[in-house]
Design a protein around this ligand. Sequence first.
Ligand code: NAD
Length: 267
Amino acid sequence: MAGRLEGKVAIITGAARGTGEATARAFAREGAKVWIADVLQELGESVAKELGEAARFIHLDVTSEEKWSDAVHQIVERDGRIDVLVNNAALLHLGTLLETRADDFRRLNEVNQIGPFLGIRAVFETMKAQGGGSIVNIASVDGYLPKNGVMAYASTKFALRGLSKVAAVELGQFGIRVNSVCPEAGGVGMVKSVLPEGIDPEAALNSDFNWPILHSQHGRGVEERLDDIAYLVLYLASDESRSCTAADFAIDGGHSGARLMKAAPLP
Ligand SMILES: NC(=O)c1ccc[n+]([C@@H]2O[C@H](COP(=O)([O-])OP(=O)(O)OC[C@H]3O[C@@H](n4cnc5c(N)ncnc54)[C@H](O)[C@@H]3O)[C@@H](O)[C@H]2O)c1
């Protein structure tokens, strides 16, 4: 049986580790040719090597318009097309309103918002010429239900959802779909990079994430949940989701959808 992405060519930014890596593995399993784009050369190359013929690493700093143009050129030259773009690369900054410096904000904006903006512009002509494509932007639950201490990060994720919707409206006529995925959890690498020393990122992630509705989520590791995100992205990348565009897909065990009140009646 053919894979769900058979014949498709995909580029996933920030795919050297974490959510992007899990997504690259899922795409490769389902028959896609995957371009693992990241600034982490060694890590990215080793993931691509492990995936064999299905994957290639490409060094790409998503904040550079020139690098985007080179990357698209290289992919099209080798594989002839680009069917899927997953804008997954991002940075986290922990800080309250008063602690966040304008430079922190600008740094996050460059990667988390301008990066996807440049990516969509870069693949547009190729996708248009092919008659369509699927763009998946990895936002966050912080992009619509933010918490304290993520001033810059949450702002960029709200912005990314807005960017996705405008792009979806404008590009729908060319068969290009644009959706946002909003996970509650992600890879430990991102959190580790900003936590004070001595705090276990996995424990921090698990204690912060509340899975009150879905008991089945309790006790599952953070890394294990990356596959759940990968399957959602896989669905949006595939033709199975041909009716979906301009939408936000939460992947948070119901956390942002409804509140469990133990004092109220339950079946
Ligand atoms: N970690 C979480 O708790 C969490 C929660 C919700 C949403 N997310 C989102 O999921 C996505 C993936 O994050 P993750 O958890 O796997 O984190 P991660 O830090 O492991 O992965 C992010 C990747 O982006 C790459 N990257 C950073 N700057 C780049 C640049 N300028 N150009 C190219 N690549 C760059 C990094 O090298 C890294 O490989 C992000 O969009 C993130 O905001 C993460």
